[in-house]
Design a protein around this ligand. Sequence first.
Ligand code: CMX
Length: 134
Amino acid sequence: MVTKINHIGIAVSSIAEAAPLYAATFAMQDDGVEVVEEQQVKVAFFGVGESRIELLEPTSDQSPVAKFLEKNGPGVHHIAYEVDDLEQQLLQLQQQGVRLIDKTPRRGAHNMLIAFLHPKSSGGVLTELCQKPK
Ligand code: CMX
């Protein structure tokens, strides 16, 4: 079951330019930067209570985040809910007829297991489920 909002992903053209709003203006805790090669994104996390803001910067023109920025400009890209058992949750959602982008978990930032649901099955909002590594 979904336990909390792990993070909200926000697409930006440049983490260096976007970060001061979160680190300085909002005084959020800077949780560091990481490149997720497989998804062609650089991510920066900022802590807000139990949740985090995740800035997503494309690392190539082919990155899905580059395409998102081209189409929509900077803004909210996805919401990530944390679950205890991602594989079990994906099976259950499939049985409920929810369309999945990822039928099996893959690795995301901070070594989390992640999977995306198709926005057509989640009210037009790109939704990620994630599980802490065991
Ligand atoms: N919001 C709403 N709809 C979106 C969307 C978004 N942010 N991104 C994609 N879509 C829609 C597309 O328009 C498409 O709709 P149609 O089927 O109607 O054409 C559909 O979702 C599928 O998108 P796609 O790009 O064709 O499908 P892919 O399987 O190639 O990729 C996805 C899907 C979501 C994985 C990819 O677009 C993406 O955003 N990848 C980056 C993911 C990311 O944020 N990674 C960071 C991970 C770090 C972490 O959080 O741990």
